[in-house]
Design a protein around this ligand. Structure first.
Ligand code: ARG
Length: 277
């Protein structure tokens, strides 16, 4: 295969983030969380702030959600909703420990005046939904198996008017789609095949023949939990081989350190919801 070093073009984004002021590991709802591991919330805030700064330095707009005591996972703002072309499909969390977050996200979106559609089905927003505006005319990729439930995929399709491709997550370490797959530009993705059922791997290979693939180590280092503006890819610094592959494909990797938030089972993308208004 010939590697063409393409010039990638960034597109200005609007994001939503929430400070980890009250971040803690008080319960374990994914295999990364261990309630006996000490968490340094102050360091978490510092690392999170560097991530926010990196996105602002790239020219993006970052809205902030006010964190609430008693909601230690609220920093993972990607789970609160999924927005496509100005319409917001709200989240309904699987675990009751996080369920109160949904209303706080809803209040944010409604205050912006954006069209908000409340969900009937369990779904964790951008944790399990990704949008590729230039793929096949605008395609939603959706994960199920651990958090978001399959009927939510049909509900999202009705709410947002875009085709939804359902992908089956089969490895509990990759409990959300956004730890196993990411959009790297408007039409292409990076992913870790091992997180998906054999049939879903076949679907991904058919739809995205030019995808960038991550190896086990980089996927487990949360490398795929990345945020890209189409040219600049902000990702966990530990995923060095993935960064190299992205660079070879013409993207500019921007490594960040989020060791504290990893204790909650999340990294870059979990902290950032994209507002496609
Ligand atoms: N502790 C959180 C949970 O298990 C982490 C959420 C990570 N967010 C994400 N978008 N993958 O719900």
């Amino acid at each position: 295969m010939v590697t063409v070093n393409q010039q990638r073009v960034p597109r200005k984004r609007t994001y939503l983030m929430c400070s980890p002021e009250y971040f803690a590991v008080e319960y374990a709802i994914n295999p990364w969380m261990d309630v006996t591991t000490p968490v340094n919330a102050e360091l978490a805030v510092k690392q999170w702030d560097r991530l926010r700064g990196a996105l602002v330095d790239l020219g993006h707009e970052v809205h902030l959600l006010t964190p609430e005591p008693g909601l230690p996972d609220m920093v993972f703002a990607a789970n609160g909703a999924f927005m496509v072309d100005g319409t917001v499909y709200g989240a309904r969390y699987k675990h009751e420990q996080r369920s109160a977050e949904a209303a706080l996200h809803r209040a944010f979106y409604e205050a912006q005046g954006w069209r908000f559609i409340g969900p009937g089905e369990i779904n964790e927003g951008e944790g399990d939904f990704a949008y590729l505006p230039e793929a096949h005319g605008g395609l939603i990729l959706a994960g199920h198996g651990f958090r978001t439930e399959l009927p939510a995929h049909a509900e999202a399709q009705e709410a947002l008017g875009r085709p939804v491709v359902s992908l089956h997550l089969v490895d509990p370490r990759f409990y959300h789609l956004d730890v196993a797959l990411a959009s790297i530009d408007d039409g292409n993705i990076a992913y870790y095949p091992g997180a998906f059922s054999a049939a879903s791997q076949q679907v991904l290979a058919q739809l995205f023949p030019d995808a960038v693939l991550a190896d086990d180590a980089d996927a487990l280092a949360f490398g795929l939990n990345l945020v890209s503006d189409g040219a600049n890819v902000v990702l966990n610094g530990a995923a060095t081989r993935l960064a190299g592959r992205l660079k070879a494909a013409g993207y500019t990797p921007i490594p960040v350190e989020l060791s504290e938030l990893k204790k909650g089972g999340g990294s870059v993308k979990c902290c950032v919801a994209e507002l496609r208004h």
